[in-house]
Design a protein around this ligand. Structure first.
Ligand SMILES: *Cc1c(COP(=O)(O)O)cnc(C)c1O
Length: 358
């Protein structure tokens, strides 16, 4: 059988990888360590039994959109929902990027911003961050002026560094962009401010969010953006009809009725993040300040990859970023339950000790 050649511009692209290994303590993908509340399971099961499975789902996902709009005090026509915020990003880029257009990122940042942009045929302008991974506004000005990107990405808190962009910087970038500014707030609930308050129908700004991290719903694949109503209407034309199945709409809508439980989980994780950061700072590591549910750190006197392997040998899986561009020797740990965090700290202490034979 003959292999049909893929598009010329896709031939050099690599897929997005997040290796999964079976271990006791899995702190590598920034999910919530907690399942949804028991009452959510009951309500979901009850509603599922009443779904008319022979009918298409509500194409506009009106109830889910209304719930999200209510949560953020915006109008439902300013909300676009899709299968994970990755599909939100894909729909945005299918609508605004594409061949002959440019998209700007400031590296290191979330790899899928550039990856999905390239899949649409756009070119990606990779701006650099400062050595401490903060945004360099002179570099932002240079990239935007040189390449005139139709979409500019920021990620706050930034994945994988954990850094929160300041409100002043986001406002400055918003004033500079020649096109659309997308602020990816997948970890927004863990930070001390949100750009959602800057969204209105006259401003070229969208903020993306996900149910995967704070809402304990990574299994459901649900994400959304808050943006100008005209833009949401354009995205609705591009996304496939009936893209949100009935079960997912119910899952998301019901999750939004457990806001207090979600906020309690966020508070717990933020407290654990502070505890972990303090413990890590006392070890032979450089630790980056985090406003998210994960922490980036770099061993000072051992290769990052070796520390990652020694943790794995101790049944703890974290994210190995040591081979990623600009992140030499860096590792990223997701904040877990108190017990998981303790097991991670114990394993790390062992891994860093010079006598450790793996
Ligand atoms: C996890 C993550 C997402 C993807 O979220 P999904 O809703 O699960 O697709 C988007 N952006 C960033 C920065 C993330 O870390």
């Amino acid at each position: 059988m003959t292999r049909v050649p893929v598009r010329d511009d896709l031939r050099a692209l690599e897929g997005y990888h997040s290796p999964q290994v079976h271990v006791d303590v899995r702190l590598n993908t920034n999910e919530s360590p907690f399942a949804p509340p028991a009452a959510w399971y009951d309500a979901f099961a009850a509603e599922l039994s009443r779904v008319e499975w022979h009918r298409y789902p509500d194409r506009a996902a009106a109830a889910l959109r209304a719930g999200i709009a209510h949560l953020h005090q915006v109008r439902p026509d300013q909300v676009f929902v899709a299968n994970g915020s990755n599909e939100v990003l894909q729909t945005l880029l299918l609508t605004f990027a594409g061949p002959g257009r440019a998209v700007a990122t400031f590296e290191p940042t979330y790899q899928l911003h550039g990856h999905i942009a390239r899949l649409t045929g756009a070119s990606v302008l990779e701006g650099e961050r400062a050595v401490d991974f903060s945004l360099d506004l002179a570099e932002v000005r240079r990239v935007l002026a040189a390449g005139s990107p139709v979409v500019t990405f920021l990620c706050s808190p930034n994945n994988p560094t954990g850094l929160v962009e300041s409100q002043a910087d986001v406002r400055t970038v918003l004033g500079l962009v020649p096109g659309l500014l997308v602020v990816d707030e997948a970890y927004g609930q863990f930070a001390d401010w949100s750009a959602i308050g800057l969204v209105d129908d006259e401003t070229p700004l969208v903020v993306t969010r996900t149910f995967s991290k704070t809402w304990s719903m990574a299994g459901s694949r649900l994400g959304y953006l808050i943006g100008p109503a005209w833009l949401v209407a354009e995205l609705d034309k591009v996304v496939l009809p009936y893209h949100l199945d009935a079960a997912k709409q119910i899952a998301g809508r019901l999750a939004l009725t457990f806001v207090d439980e979600m906020e309690a989980r966020v508070q717990f994780i933020v407290a654990e993040r502070e505890r972990l950061s303090a413990e890590l700072a006392a070890m032979d590591l450089d630790v980056f300040p985090s406003g998210a549910n994960f922490i980036l750190f770099r061993p000072r006197s051992m290769a990052g990859r070796a520390v990652w392997q020694r943790l794995l040998d101790r049944n703890v899986l974290i994210r190995d970023c040591s081979g990623w561009p600009r992140l030499g020797d860096c590792l990223r740990v997701t904040v877990g339950t108190a017990s998981e965090n303790d097991q991670f700290l114990a394993a790390l202490t062992g891994a860093l000790s010079p006598e450790a034979v793996h």
